[in-house]
Each structure stands twice: as structure tokens, then as C-alpha cells.
Design a protein around this ligand. Sequence first.
Ligand code: HXC
Length: 260
Amino acid sequence: AAPEMIKIEKVGANQNVALIKLNRPKALNALCSQLMTELSSALQTLDADKQIGAIVITGSERAFAAGADIKEMTNNSFSQTFSGSFLSNWTDISKVTKPVIAAVNGFALGGGNELAMMCDIVYAGEKAQFGQPEVNIGTIPGAGGTQRWARTAGKSAAMEICLTGNRVTAQEAKDLGIVSKVYPVEQVVPEAIKLGEKIASQSPLIVQMAKEAVNKAFETTLQEGLHYERRLFHVTFATKDQKEGMTAFAEKRAPNWKSE
Ligand code: HXC
């Protein structure tokens, strides 16, 4: 069935970037289970689509996403959430092998901010606001908020965000390392697409290795991570794209990637 709560488009001069727009404007893109199921399934399809080299996720100018759907979960019982492992499918986003870019305008709150932090790169509009307001409604972040804030922004900032529910601006989020660039509101999505096109112009195989290597930094010790990186670097020498890339450099021409 066609998705109802997200819109999917192929964009960029070579149509090799996928743009997913969260589209539940009346509820400020609150992430109900239907929306999350549609998003997971779209990401899985796009990850397998050879035409696509990068994926951009955005919302509206008012809200990237205002969190998990509060009204939908209010009456969930403890046993239901626990035995059904409520929200465990949210991590599907971090299983995508292609680069995923969040283009954030407006509110990125609770699960909405966690969704942005699960992406590989976050661009924000000047008026974006980030926060983990769960504490205001008697719960705590459940899709990585406490962990990803702590690893990215450090303990003091993570505690402040998660214990007060206070929001930070786009510039503050950039200073804290959650966001890599801040743009005027209307430029965020075009800039994210441009970034996606730049990434999509590289060898998909090599980009996948680079993404996997960076992600390793969050999962292991420095020594293991460095070893993993060096081994993947060695692996690139088994690819045609490494030969092509280095030959093209010497021949002063653009490489013609094969993703092999
Ligand atoms: C359900 C939501 C919602 C949400 C907004 N809406 N956020 N519905 N779940 N998370 C709905 C409102 O009920 C309202 O519907 C409509 O969207 C517009 O919102 P308003 O509140 O009228 O807009 P505004 O006054 O501009 O305030 C914007 C806001 C506020 C500051 C973002 O909506 C807000 O505080 N939202 C909740 C933010 C939050 O607590 N998020 C964390 C959720 S918990 P009606 O029908 O009244 O027009 C969470 C847990 C994560 O994410 C666990 C892991 C995923």
C-alpha cells in the first residue's frame, strides 16, 4: 500500500537522492506507529535501490517531528510495552547502509530528536529547536536520547537536556555537536539534497565502508576501532573502485565508479 504519512521523491540532477518528507502536519509529525512503520519500510526499500546513493529525511518548516505520539501511548500498560518491546523497531533507521541525512526545521523533540540523531548527518534551519521533553510528561527518552546526547555532547549537556526538558537552538545544537551545519530555513532541504548528491557521486561501495568505519567508533574501543578501520582500508584494495580512483587521479580525469 502507498504510504499515507510520508512522501517519497527521487531528487537531484541524477535522481539519485531520495527525499522522505514526514507528512502528518496537524500533529506536528508526531511519530505514531503507522508513520514509523511506513518510514522503516521506505528506508528498507531505498537502501536496496541501486539508483539511490543517499537519503534525506525532513519534516515541515514548523516541525521535523514533535516526538513519539503521546496520545497513542498514554494508556499503554507496562506489560504491553515491556513484553512487546515497544519502540524496538525504531532502531531500523540505524541499520540502513546508505548515508541518511536529517534536514531539520522547527521542532525536533523527544523521539523526533532521537530520529534526527539516528541519522548520519544533521543539517538544521536557524529556527530549529532540539530537546528531550519526555521528563515533562512523566517518562524518559526511549530511542537513544540519553545515550546519543551523552556520547555526542558529553555528560553535562546530556544531563541538562534530559533532566530539564529544556530545548536548545540550532546554533546551540551545532556547538554541542548534534548538528553539523545551520542554514536559513528555506535552504536546509536544498543544502541537504546537495550534500546527498555529493555523497551519491562517490563510489557507493566505498561510501558504505566509510560509514561503517565511522559508526564503529561508537561501538568499540579505540584500539579495536583503529584495527577495524585499517582492515577496511586494506579491503578497499580488493575493489575495482580503488584501482579506478587512483588511476583517474594519475590520469587527471574524473573516476568512473563501478561499485565493485
Ligand atoms: C501527539 C502531538 C505531539 C506529540 C504535538 N502534538 N506534539 N500529538 N504527540 N508528541 C499535537 C498537539 O496535540 C496538537 O494537536 C497539534 O499537534 C499542535 O500542537 P500544539 O501543542 O497545539 O502546538 P504548539 O502550541 O505550537 O506547541 C508545539 C509543541 C507542543 C511545543 C511541540 O506540541 C509539545 O510540547 N508537544 C509535545 C512534545 C513532546 O513532549 N515530545 C516528546 C514526546 S515523548 P491538536 O489536536 O490539539 O491540534 C517521546 C518519547 C520518546 O517522544 C520515546 C522514544 C521514541
